[in-house]
Each structure stands twice: as C-alpha cells, then as structure tokens.
Design a protein. Structure first.
Length: 213
C-alpha cells in the first residue's frame, strides 16, 4: 500500500550536518575551562545524541561540584564559534528545494539556543515550516514529535522522520511515525538511506504525494 505522504521531519545533527567534530570541540572547550580531561569515545557518542543539559550533566556525573560552573560556561560560550567545524550533508539543499514543493518540512532537534542561528548561518530557514528545538520540548518527550503532527494536522502514517540515533528511534516508536535511518544501519528503522539522492529516490518510488497548492 502506497501511503499519501504529507510531512517530512528531520533531525539536525548527523542528518542535516556532520556535526560531531563541532560538538566535540564545543564540549571539550567547556571541560578544559573547568579543568577536566577531554571526552572519551563513549562521551562523544552521548553528546552527539542528547540535549545540552543532558550532555553537561552526563559529562560532569563524576564531578557534581563543577556542574553549575560548567553550565555557566556553556551558556556564556556562543556555539557560533564552532559552526566552522560543521559540514552540511551533500545534496541537502537540492533535496529540500525539491521537497518543499510537495511536503510540509519540519525540524525536530535536541539542540537548544543554537538551532535558529545554525539554520540561518547555512541559509536553510526558508525550507522549514516548523522548528521544534529542545528548549521547547526535548526529544525524549514524545510531545516533541506529536506537537509537529498536530500543527500540520497530519496522521502518523502520513509522515516520515529522518534520523540517525537511538533517541530518534524511540521517539518514532512512541509516536508511531515511520523512521528513515540516515547513515546508520544499526538502528531499528522502517527504512534506510545513505544520502539525499537515495532519500529522494526512495520517496518517489514508495509513496503517493502531490504538489502543494
């Protein structure tokens, strides 16, 4: 059965951008300021998927006496300093130029205050009809995605979520939205793609959709 597709919801880090290097520099900068050693590989994986508050608390789990100082430094450190380390995924803008003619497009990210400056910096703001960042609702709360569905008045089966993490996997299961795993074959997802070229081809052959009025 070919569902009528109306809405595409994107994660940010790991889907729109390869941001692991930028995130690594950002959090190691904070840790250096408080005198803690750089992140381990396990910690780098964690900070790639979670909100800033969750990350700071995880990184300082063994140093609770430095938690408030780390939060203060984080709030005073503009993430814009690290945009230069971010790499936009190949073919993203071309895909969004095509997709905006047919679908509502939303962003659902565990970024907080850096979300809008980042989207503006890479000139992507015109493509997104709705942005849900973690300073509104973090992704470990299913309302982050259900609010988007309600906003566009679409059913879960009329949406696709493009994500790359276990957090995305859990969110989609809770909201009964199909997950397209982006460059992560280890996820329990409904579909898998490795590029925006593949994503466009997959949508074209798998779903019914029509040009927006």
């Amino acid at each position: 059965m070919r569902y009528n597709l109306k809405l595409l919801v994107f994660d940010c880090d790991g889907v729109l951008f390869d941001s692991k290097l930028a995130n690594t520099y950002f959090y190691n900068y904070i840790l250096e300021k408080i005198g803690r050693k750089p992140m381990t590989e396990e910690e780098i994986e964690f900070i790639h998927m979670h909100s800033v508050n969750e990350c700071i608390e995880f990184l300082l789990r063994n140093h609770p006496e430095k938690l408030e100082l780390a939060k203060k430094i984080q709030k005073e450190t503009p993430y814009t300093l690290f945009f230069k380390y971010m790499v936009m995924e190949e073919g993203l803008k071309e895909f969004l130029e095509w997709a905006k003619n047919y679908f509502f497009i939303a962003l659902c990210t565990n970024r907080t205050t850096s979300t809008y400056p980042l989207i503006k910096h890479f000139q992507l703001e015109k493509y997104f009809d709705f942005i849900m960042s973690a300073d509104k609702i973090p992704k470990n709360n299913p309302s982050a995605l259900s609010t988007i569905l309600e906003y566009f008045k679409v059913e879960p089966e009329e949406a696709l979520y493009i994500g790359d993490s276990k957090v995305d996997e859990a969110l989609c299961k809770n909201c009964k939205v199909k997950l397209v795993a982006f460059k992560n074959p280890k996820l329990s997802a409904d579909f898998y793609v490795n590029s925006y070229k593949e994503l466009k081809e997959f949508i074209e052959k798998s779903f019914s959709f029509s040009r927006k009025a």
